[in-house]
Design a binder for this molecule. Structure first.
Ligand code: COA
Ligand code: AMP
Length: 638
């Protein structure tokens, strides 16, 4: 007999409208849909066509109306400021309604964009939900990006208002957000009308008269604003993510499909019920933060934890266990890198023994490939299922997972288990022919994608088609490669483009190359990801200097590294580069990044038949050894 997962999966593919239509009944709608799925405009699909709802109403007001007003909605746990602040559903609803009023007072209406550039503080969540309340479209930008990246996003989204804070705190370093925001606004042509700035006690930001407003003052004078009905197909947010160029992609999320899929996922995938405490240790600047710090736990009536700290050194490698035990967390979601950081400082898990973790039922990992060592360490020390699941900014929720609320399959290390209901996943060759079990190919999803996944890119339907829909007609290209085994377990192996995952952060090596190429002494360059025992991957750069440059190479390398930090941001973690005489290329001039990556990782490689001059590989090998790679490293980045 089929288990619950198998039944759900089959129905989700064979009767999409029936499957999602029934699930959608669990949400609050001002007006029900005319059609569950409008597929008349391929490859653009519109879920819950004609329906009206409000995302914030589903996240907050519904729960107050249904008797959860006194239950905790949000716990802000901040070891970097030594504070813990809690909000009930009633309190959070009041704050959000008031901030929605503050935004409305600045002229923000349905469809306007509001950019949010904030650290991990409750006001970031309040600002996001306030936008949703008004039907305004938020675009959250991660704090680790440099002003130039912020400026690119401002230029594309054209926000009427920007919400920010005076500073963030990285371990004990104060990161001054406001000067970076000012610098970004100076760079753009279309400026926001107003900025609302939260002054944190750790640093007071300089304000620009007429443009900048103080968060507290704006709140004091604001009138609470009601929820504004929007169409299911209206955009809820834009989240920029790395593409294959320096121009990030503005992933759009709609209101209706997002609500239905995320609310359902809380039980089906994470096995979490209303009233449970759920913690995603990520950042609101990433998709994990959008979906599983803010929206899904609140849709489900859970208590969500917003953690402003790191897995280590805030103050120690036991902080995750302290948070789980203190707030009675049932389910946690983070990136494997966080566990590698903990394991490195506390290999015997001594800190874990100090806390009562009996409330804790499952750990979910995503954002990068989980290495079996880390998974095994977490599983054996925590004694709960550790579930690796795979997803992307574009998809908004898991493409493959062990759906714990439907059926718990045995874990296979290295696999993210099976396609979640709604995802018709295939492994294909370059001509889009299906590949047999065990063979690596492109991971693609047969259209239509399920609700919650991106309907398009912000004001760029063409780029949506070219980036995702053209290479494999009728399918969404994930740009990940992998395989399925005989039991339909999926193994996600690597990206097929220039994206690397550094500490779970998605970065484009192409964008880094563009910065290096801008250095006046650099003739050409290559950046690729190498294995790292903490961050999974880190970027390294090889640069070829212009003829006649006679300055010190070390100085040039230092400048190049600084340029990447200044233009992309510290999050790029670009700290290693060296000068080489030339780069290995094919006879047609293509730089052999993949081969260099293998050499750097000290892995076996084949000299490509198309190589122009095999001797370049020996030169690269020497250069990589000189900076601690190739044979200068042993196993896995050590
Ligand atoms: N604001 C400003 N700067 C930030 C930032 C933010 N929100 N987030 C990161 N940075 C900075 C860091 O301070 C660091 O700067 P540095 O070069 O001056 O040290 C740089 O960006 C690189 O950050 P990161 O790669 O995260 O390295 P780290 O050494 O600071 O921390 C870990 C390493 C493993 C502890 C950290 O990555 C972590 O906690 N990861 C958890 C998983 C996670 O959040 N994944 C996100 C997707 S699920
Ligand atoms: P992001 O859009 O930042 O969430 O990054 C998405 C990318 O991270 C995917 O395309 C994968 O390359 C990678 N990724 C995410 N989760 C996993 C996972 N569980 N296993 C392997 N790779 C993953």
């Amino acid at each position: 007999m089929a288990n619950q997962y198998e039944e759900a999966y089959k129905r989700s593919i064979e009767d999409r409208e029936g499957f999602w239509g029934e699930i959608a009944e669990d949400c609050h709608w001002y007006k029900k849909w005319d059609r569950v799925l409008d597929d008349s405009d391929e490859p653009f699909y519109h879920w819950f066509q004609g329906a009206e709802l409000n995302t914030c109403h589903n996240a907050l007001d519904c729960h107050v109306e249904n008797g959860r007003g006194d239950q905790l909605a949000l716990i802000h746990d901040s070891p970097v400021t030594n504070t813990i602040k809690k909000y009930t559903y009633m309190e959070l609803t009041d704050e959000v309604a008031r901030f929605a009023g503050a935004l409305a007072a600045q002229g923000v209406v349905k469809g306007d964009r509001v950019l949010i550039y904030m650290p991990m503080i409750p006001e970031a969540v309040i600002a996001m939900l306030a936008c949703a309340r008004l039907g305004a479209v938020h675009s959250v930008v991660f704090g680790g990006f440099a002003p130039k990246e912020l400026a690119t996003r401002i230029t594309d989204a054209k926000p009427k208002v920007i919400v920010s804070a005076s500073c963030g705190i990285e371990f004990s370093r104060i990161v001054s957000y406001k000067p970076m925001l000012d610098e970004a606004i100076d760079m753009v042509d279309t400026k926001p009308q107003h900025c609302i700035i939260l002054q944190r006690p750790q640093e007071t930001a300089g304000m620009m008269a007429g443009r900048d407003l103080d968060w507290s003052e704006a709140m004091t004078s604001a009138k609470p604003h009601d929820c504004v009905p929007v169409l299911a197909t209206d955009p809820l947010y834009i989240l920029y993510t790395s593409g294959t160029t320096a121009q990030p992609k503005g992933v759009v999320r709609d209101n209706g499909g997002h609500l239905v899929s995320l609310k359902w996922s809380m039980k089906a995938i994470y096995n979490v019920d209303p009233g449970d405490v759920y913690w995603a240790a990520s950042d609101v600047g990433w998709v994990v933060g959008h979906s599983y710090i803010v929206y899904a736990p609140l849709f489900q009536g859970c208590t969500t934890v917003l953690f402003e700290g790191k897995p280590v050194r805030t103050p120690d490698a036991g902080v995750f266990w302290r948070v789980i035990s203190e707030h009675k967390v049932k389910c946690m979601f983070t990136a494997p890198t966080a566990f590698r950081a903990i394991k490195r400082e506390d290999p015997k898990a001594e800190f874990m023994k100090k806390y009562d973790l009996s409330c804790f039922k499952a750990l979910f990992l995503a954002g990068e490939r989980s290495d079996p060592d880390t998974l095994n360490w977490a599983e054996s020390n925590l004694g709960v299922p550790v579930i690796d699941h795979w997803w992307q900014t574009e998809t908004g929720w898991a493409i493959t997972a062990n759906c714990m609320g439907l059926h718990h399959f045995p874990v296979k290390y290295g696999s993210t288990t099976k396609p979640a209901p709604g995802w018709d996943l295939k492994v294909v060759d370059a001509e889009c022919n299906p590949l047999p079990a065990g063979e690596i190919g492109a991971l693609v999803v047969k259209l239509p994608l399920p609700p919650g996944s991106l309907p398009t890119l912000w004001r760029n339907d063409e780029a949506y088609k070219t980036a995702y829909m053209e290479e494999f007609p009728g399918y969404y290209k994930t740009a990940d490669a992998g395989y399925m085994d005989e039991e339909s377990y999926v193994y996600v192996m690597s990206r097929t483009d220039d994206i690397i995952n550094v500490a779970g952060h998605r970065l484009s090596t192409g964008a880094m190359e563009e910065v290096l190429a801008d250095h006046p002494d650099v003739a050409e360059c290559a950046v690729f990801g190498v294995e790292d025992s903490l961050k999974g991957q880190i970027p390294i750069g090889l640069v070829v200097l212009n003829a006649g440059v006679d300055r010190g190479k070390d100085e040039i390398v230092k400048e190049a590294i600084q340029m990447v930090r200044e233009r992309i941001g510290p999050v790029a973690a670009f700290k290693t580069a060296t000068v080489v005489k030339r780069l290995p290329k094919t006879r047609s001039g293509k730089i052999l990044r993949g081969t260099m990556q293998k050499i750097a990782d000290n892995k076996e490689y084949k000299v490509p038949a198309t190589i122009d001059d095999p001797a370049t590989l020996e030169e690269i090998d020497e250069a990589l050894i000189s900076i601690g790679y190739s044979r200068a490293r042993d196993k896995w980045g050590s």
